[in-house]
Design a protein around this ligand. Structure first.
Ligand SMILES: *Cc1c(COP(=O)(O)O)cnc(C)c1O
Length: 383
């Protein structure tokens, strides 16, 4: 196993493969024409991969802009030396306006209250309040309703402190671009943009594609795409996998902190949800738990990799640790583990692999949530 770096204070870590990140970023950039831009979505600490370091790699691989979810995520990028445009994907509270202007972070805008306060404050400070206008086209989450965009712009555009740098919407069903729901959102978006342009309003960058739409429907790339999950090498849906190969960026590994040989009938972990079924079972402890994103629902269901083989996780996953069993059978003699041996929780080990998708499936969720979770407390090492 290629082990070049790990943290000094904990025998558990997340590995980030920067070459994979580079490859994935370039793959999205290559979908675009020379005038089209790539906005890399690095919200939630780059889906758990570390926002500042990922943004640096993406910047060097063709990212034109970054999108985040919160003001603090934007400030973290600025403090990390990222000077590309940064967009917040929803409208922050009015009380955040000074911080937006301090760090030149663009909000999404869809209420005239926010827009007016933002414009006022920008004028007071001798600045321009740049923003992207979010348009509601069917997801029913955020944005100005598609039928009211011209009205909205009439309400706010007189303000000399405001500048519209872009207009966008977000798809609810981009994994099915031939579906009626997707097509209706496209139609509403295009009509809303056309109506604003006809009324003489500047739209700036027109954008709507997330990862699946970027891959599956080039007709909606417009001026910019907003790629997230795919940059991290994870497929947003089944349809994209065969047409757009990506390289997984995150692996999760840990070293065995203890080995034991409890006798038959002994229990393991809280509640003894696993009992040693026979002689010659080795129980290994690994220092990763549900507070690190390893959801407790995976207890007694997930595997880890050791020397290219699968081992069964046993007992309830604790907050900070979990156990695995190495079971010797007469048919299958396996090597025993020793304290300090590396095991793989997500990623490759030899020919074996545990993917984010496998874990997502066991958890009843999507790879997005699994990746975000591992970023919460585990230290990241950048390979
Ligand atoms: C999260 C998000 C994206 C990125 O979505 P992916 O499916 O990860 O590519 C794009 N646009 C908006 C508005 C988002 O909230």
């Amino acid at each position: 196993m290629p082990m070049v770096k790990e943290p000094s204070t904990r025998w558990a870590w997340v590995e980030i493969d920067q070459n994979a990140l580079r490859r994935n970023t370039r793959a999205f950039k290559n979908l675009l024409g020379p005038r089209q831009r790539l906005c890399c979505v690095v919200k939630a600490d780059a889906y758990g991969h570390g926002a500042v370091q990922c943004a640096r790699v993406m910047r060097a691989s063709g990212a034109d802009m970054f999108a985040v979810a919160t003001v603090h995520e934007g400030i973290e990028l600025r403090e990390g030396g990222i000077n590309s445009p940064i967009l917040i994907l929803s409208e922050p509270p009015v009380s955040a306006i000074d911080e937006l202007l301090d760090h030149s972070i663009m909000p999404s805008v869809y209420s005239s209250e926010f827009a007016m306060a933002y414009g006022e404050r920008a004028v007071e400070r001798g600045l321009v309040g740049r923003y992207h206008m979010a348009i509601e086209t069917g997801m029913n989450r955020i944005g100005v309703h598609y039928s009211q965009v011209v009205e909205f712009r009439r309400e706010i555009d007189f303000h000399r402190g405001l500048a519209c740098d872009g207009v966008f919407t977000h798809f609810a069903t981009a994994d099915e671009p031939s579906g009626w729901d997707y097509k209706l959102q496209c139609k509403r978006f295009e009509e809303a943009v056309a109506a604003m342009q006809q009324a003489g309003f500047d739209c700036g960058l027109v954008h709507c594609d997330n990862t699946p739409a970027s891959i599956l429907d080039p007709s909606t790339h417009f001026d910019m795409i907003r790629a997230g999950i795919g940059l991290y090498g994870l497929q947003p849906c089944e349809r994209t996998a065969p047409v757009f190969p990506l390289s997984p960026v995150m692996s999760v590994r840990a070293r065995v902190t203890r080995v034991a040989h409890p006798v038959m009938g002994e229990g393991v972990g809280y509640g003894y949800t696993y009992r040693v079924p026979r002689a010659r079972v080795q129980i290994c402890t690994l220092p990763v738990g549900y507070a690190d994103g390893l959801a407790r629902v995976l207890s007694n269901r997930m595997d880890v990799l050791y020397r290219g083989e699968r081992l069964q996780q046993v007992g309830n996953i604790c907050m900070d640790q979990f156990m695995v069993a190495i079971q010797q059978t007469s048919a299958h003699e396996v090597p025993e583990a020793e304290v300090g041996d590396v095991m793989t929780i997500v990623g490759r080990d030899g020919d074996a692999e545990i993917t984010m998708d496998e874990m997502a499936c066991l958890r009843g969720t999507i790879n997005y949530e699994v990746a975000c979770g591992f970023g919460m407390r585990l230290e990241k090492v950048y390979l």
